[in-house]
Design a protein around this ligand. Structure first.
Ligand SMILES: Cc1ncc(COP(=O)(O)O)c(C=O)c1O
Length: 387
């Protein structure tokens, strides 16, 4: 796979490229790469059948998922504990509706993927967002602030691990401490692990899934995963929940009501193909993304020292603190001054930050960084023409 190839995506119905076609997009979390050939073949094979009626998760998909969880994450799952879904955000909303009553609250830590801050509204409930803290280039939890913020009405905690947008892959100790916090306060713990196969140093620091927690911390645990970020198939709509506890699983399923469409018949086959055959491609992808990650980290630290970027352990998203520039909305500034489309940190709960999606050819990363520098340098040294 040649990740350097620039694939035009304008006019393909892409949110990233077609929402604001006049801008250079580095925002929404999909990548500008083709999916692995095994996924494309799976789409074609299913399309060739020509009949697209209602679909069911076929046995070999369930088998592929349990095998994937065992080989990649070293967890043994009963496939009866898997719930297939047409996406992961719908599961967050289901959790809100299943486990919250009007006036109760969800806790999460911010900045975080925006739907985490909004799903409580689906249950007419509140959101308590506790800021992560940055220490020695690493964001972590502010345990005391979490203790101070939790209320008797707090019923759910949503964890994002690996963290979007912070790029952390939380350690066993951190995940366990979150779970103990939830246990102590009787909260349902939702662990969104959609980025779990995009951890850079997984050989030395394997991803710690909440599925590894001891049994007493798993009674109210919902783990959410999907192949969509890793294999770049977000547009096909597929995710799955793993809920080991019967009563928690029943409550989750009951909240579905009539709110979810049937799952796309092609998505089931692409998920299976990705998990069964996508590993060599995933390895190449991680190598490529690591190079992009290093480029962006070094460039920002050396060429734009007035910005701050954390150490990125996972994902293809870089979280950049622009607060020293004094701009109210740096993403809007870049849009107007440099025709760039980056994610505005305000949606994640942290204004004056931007999120840069580097899941794209290296050449585009460099171009994007140069445009950001040219634009921000004018603010830092207004009288120096850019070199
Ligand atoms: C942490 C996280 N959860 C969920 C999603 C979206 O999942 P889905 O497209 O399956 O709803 C994203 C997409 O960026 C994400 O980063």
């Amino acid at each position: 796979m040649n990740f350097d190839t620039i694939i035009p995506r304008n006019g393909t119905g892409s949110i990233k490229w077609d929402r604001r076609p006049e801008l250079d997009p580095f925002w929404v979390a999909d990548m500008d790469f083709t999916s692995p050939q095994c996924v494309i073949d799976a789409v074609q094979e299913r399309v060739n059948h020509g009949v697209f009626g209602y679909a069911n998760a076929h046995d070999s998909l369930n088998q592929a998922l349990t095998e994937y969880l065992t080989t990649r994450h070293n967890v043994t799952i009963n496939h009866a504990h898997i719930i297939h879904l047409g996406g992961l955000v719908v599961a967050l909303s289901l959790v809100a509706r299943a486990f919250l009553n009007k006036g109760e609250a969800v806790m999460t830590c911010s900045p975080v993927y925006p739907p985490f801050l909004g799903v409580a509204e689906d249950a007419q409930a509140e959101t308590i967002a506790v800021p992560h803290t940055l220490t020695n280039g690493k964001y972590t939890f502010n345990w005391q602030a979490m203790e101070d913020a939790v209320t008797p009405k707090t019923k759910v905690f949503i964890l994002c691990n690996p963290q979007n947008p912070l790029g952390r892959s939380f350690t066993k100790n951190e995940v366990t401490q979150v779970a103990e916090f939830c246990h102590k306060h009787n909260l349902t713990l939702v662990s969104d692990e959609i980025h779990c196969d995009l951890v850079f140093n997984e050989d030395t620091q394997p991803f710690f899934s909440a599925l590894h927690l001891p049994n007493h911390l798993k009674q109210k645990l919902i783990v959410l995963q999907a192949p969509s970020k890793t294999y770049n198939i977000a547009g096909l709509g597929y995710a799955f929940a793993i809920i080991e506890n019967d009563s928690t699983r029943r409550k989750f399923n009951q909240a579905k009501g009539h709110t979810l469409p049937e799952i796309n018949c092609i998505a089931f086959y692409t998920a299976e193909a990705a998990y069964r055959h996508g590993e060599p491609w995933r390895q190449q992808l991680l190598t490529y993304l690591k190079k992009n990650r290093d480029t962006i980290t070094n460039f920002i630290r050396q060429e734009m020292p007035y910005l701050t970027i954390p150490n990125i352990e996972a994902t293809y998203l870089a979280w950049i603190d622009c607060s020293k520039l004094g701009l109210k909305n740096p993403a809007l500034h870049l849009e107007k001054d440099a025709a760039l489309f980056l994610s505005d940190g305000a949606y994640f709960g942290s204004p004056q930050h931007i999120r840069f999606n580097y899941g794209c050819p290296h050449q585009r990363v460099i171009e994007g960084l140069n445009k950001i520098k040219a634009s921000f340098d004018k603010i830092i040294s207004p009288h120096t023409p850019p070199s």
